[in-house]
Each structure stands twice: as C-alpha cells, then as structure tokens.
Write a protein that binds this ligand. Structure first.
Ligand code: 6GU
Length: 227
C-alpha cells in the first residue's frame, strides 16, 4: 500500500509514522507520505484558500491550488488520476468509515487522502478530482488530518504482518468473521481478583466450547449494545 496524504500540516504525520504498527508497515515496504499542498500553489504567499462566493463564514480550499498540488505529485491531470487511483477527500458529510470500507481501502495498491481545513473544499474538487468522500463520524473536526490518520490506522493494521499476530485483525469487532458483531469479552490472569472470577468455560481448555461461548457473547453484544 502506498498512501499519499495532502495536508497543510504534514508534520502531524511524523508522529503517526513513528508509531510501532506504522513502523512495521513501513518496514514491510508500505509507504505513508505527507505532502504540503501549499508548496505547489501558483499563488503568492502560499495562498491555498479563499472566501466563499455568496458570502458566509470561513475559508474554502481552492480548486486551482489543489490541481497544482496533484499535478506536481503525479504528473497528470487529476481528472484522469482518479480513474486509476482512489483519491479520497476527508469530509464530515462523506461515506461513513466502517470495517468493510477499511478492508476495501486496505486492498488498494495506492491511495491519496486529501485533508480539508476551514469550511472545506471547493465543490469542484469533490466533483472532478475525487473518487470517494469519507467521514469518520457525524461531528465536525477542525480539519481532515485526524480523520486521515484514523483511515490510515484502520487500513494499515489489516495488512499482513503489520500487527504482531495476523489473527488479531481477523476475528475482531465488526469483522466478517464475527458477522459484523462486536467482539466477545477477553480475560487474562489472574483467574480471580476480588472475587471477580473469569468464566469457567475459558479455563476449561475445551476449544469448541470456548468458540461457541465467544460467538454467543458476540451475538449478545450485537443485540444489546454496551452502555
Ligand atoms: Cl473526514 N473531516 C472533518 N473535518 N471532520 C470530520 C470528518 C472529516 N469526519 C468526521 N468529522
């Protein structure tokens, strides 16, 4: 997976890249690169945004500077780019990120993430340069950077070898293996603490019964969400 992020704050991604599981992904040959779209702007003083036509609060990312940034990186018209590469705008009103979308994106060879700031993107960016609009929830962040990291995190951890134990990304909350249900409860030593005992079945060494108990717990949690 080669992931490019376009942002006004590329330094935020230095922290992300330094995390253990991301380091694992990079060591396996995956890439996460952040590009400052301010460096490509043809406008004076690094301008990338402007006031909205029709008036109103905030600033809007300009279509011409976005085109310049994408052209500089990919050497082609961004209208053509999106036909062979997922170009994803992070926007609060986009398609809600879930486990299925994370798996879909993790299967891509190359993706581009565009982080908006301020009031967001000029609509022509979304219409002509972007293949997907993704949101991480129905609330508004100050910018798309944290959302981009959430998207990257959920994709990268699905790549083989990125987590210590590949099984841990298979049978987990909302996965196909658990039919989209939340994960079952986990316990570890001590087997009893202050009178709080671990369910007997988990200590039984009986794998089929453990499995059966876990599926049942997972289904229960799907019916009755945690408080
Ligand atoms: Cl993707 N961007 C912003 N700015 N806010 C959000 C979001 C994205 N998803 C939820 N809130």
């Amino acid at each position: 997976m080669r992931a490019d992020v376009f942002t006004l704050f590329p330094q935020w991604f230095e922290w992300f890249r330094s995390q253990r599981h991301v380091q694992n992904a990079l060591a396996l040959g995956h890439t996460v690169d952040a590009f400052d779209f301010r460096t490509a702007t043809p406008l004076k003083w690094g301008q990338v945004d402007d006031t909205p036509f029709g008036g109103g609060a905030g600033m809007v990312l300009r279509v011409d500077t976005m085109e310049a940034a994408l052209r500089e990186r990919y050497g082609e018209d961004p209208v053509a780019l999106k036909s062979h590469r997922r170009v994803i705008a992070l926007t609060p009103a986009g398609r809600l990120l879930d486990d299925a979308l994370a798996s879909e994106l993790a299967a891509e060879e190359e993706i581009t993430l565009l982080c908006g700031r301020y009031e967001g993107f000029d609509e022509r960016i979304l219409e002509h340069f972007v293949s997907d609009q993704v949101s991480i929830g129905r609330y508004v962040l100050a910018g798309g950077e944290l959302a981009a990291m959430v998207v990257l995190d959920t994709m990268l951890r699905k790549l083989p070898g990125v987590l210590g134990d590949d099984e841990s990304a298979v049978e987990e909350s909302f996965s196909e293996a658990l039919e989209g249900a939340p994960e079952y409860p986990h316990y570890t030593r001590p087997a009893e603490w202050r009178g709080w005992a671990v369910p007997d079945v988990l200590l039984s060494g009986h794998h089929a019964r453990v499995d059966e108990w876990r599926r049942a717990q997972s289904r229960l949690r799907a019916e009755r969400p945690l408080p």
